[in-house]
Design a binder for this molecule. Structure first.
Ligand SMILES: Nc1ncnc2c1ncn2[C@@H]1O[C@H](COP(=O)(O)OP(=O)(O)OP(=O)(O)O)[C@@H](O)[C@H]1O
Length: 261
């Protein structure tokens, strides 16, 4: 594929009569792990929901050169997977059944899972370390375990583009890092990942690119070192930070509240 994996042009989103995303354009290539960062209310979830086709938008969203608004639900679900911020699981279905729902766009109705489907589901559960819960009701898991099951469902969907809304929230440090490794590996395998994140340390360390949103607009976009600076922390988040360099790159730790200038 020569063009971008994701191409957003002139995206506008109005919610409840308020303009939440304004004239936003963004291109993401295969191999990129994009951290979507920004303060509360910046528009991160709205942007992800808009890309996923869950809310009406102005402008265009294309994946691999095809406009998503011209595709049916199944065709769209073959191109992108979306992990919601909420980890509500309504029915006590076994974890493996829930993860297997990710295979829906690849199958015709009422046919059993193929051996490829079963292998993909198993690989997704192993990758997210939930295979040992395979037979457990998904409702009988901890918050972090549920979060990992919902990410496994998205991985089972086996799409070129993965959108995840605060996927690291609720995970312990080891699982947060494991998730960052999974996303980095998936990007290395030729997919594109966009994950909204509040943890600036994690996003600085693991994302290949950061897109900083504020007031529904992109205010910075580039490698972590270019986006996360003392100036952006102060002006956008209203915090000071510790900045260091470890063997593998940037270390950022917000320190205290400061006046936004
Ligand atoms: N249904 C709605 N009607 C009106 N305004 C909404 C609606 N949903 C969200 N908003 C507003 O849109 C803005 C962006 O919200 P969004 O959830 O996208 O932000 P976010 O960057 O994901 O924030 P957070 O970090 O708090 O999750 C906020 O000001 C929010 O109040």
């Amino acid at each position: 594929m020569s063009g971008p994996l994701l191409d957003i042009a002139g995206l506008d989103v109005d919610l409840g009569g308020t303009s939440v995303v304004r004239g936003l354009s963004l291109s993401v290539k295969t191999g990129e792990f994009v951290g979507l960062i920004g303060p509360n209310g910046a528009g991160k979830s709205t942007l992800l929901r808009a890309i996923a086709g869950l809310i009406p938008v102005g402008g265009t969203v294309s994946v691999a050169g095809e406009r998503l608004d011209r595709l049916g639900t199944t065709e769209r679900a073959l191109r992108l997977a979306y992990v919601p911020q909420e980890h509500e699981i309504a029915w006590p279905v076994p974890v493996e059944t829930l993860v297997a729902l990710g295979r829906t766009p690849h199958r015709s109705s009422f046919t059993p899972l193929s051996s490829r489907d079963r292998q993909t589901v198993k690989d997704a559960m192993v990758r997210m370390d939930v295979a040992r819960f395979a037979k457990r009701p998904a409702t009988a898991l901890s918050g972090g375990e549920k979060a990992r099951v919902l990410i496994a469902r998205a991985l089972a969907q086996d799409t070129p583009l993965i959108l995840a809304d605060e996927p690291a929230a609720g995970l312990d440090p080891a699982y947060q890092i494991a998730l960052m490794r999974v996303f980095r590996d998936l990007a290395g395998e030729g997919r594109g990942i966009i994950a909204s994140m509040h943890d600036l340390g994690l996003s600085a360390r693991w994302c290949t690119r950061l897109v900083l949103l504020n007031g529904g607009k992109i205010v910075a976009d580039g490698p972590p070192e270019a986006v996360l600076t003392p100036e952006t922390l102060r002006s956008i988040y209203g915090v000071s930070g510790f900045f260091g360099t470890a063997e593998d790159g940037l270390v950022v730790q917000p320190l205290d509240l400061v006046e936004r200038r």
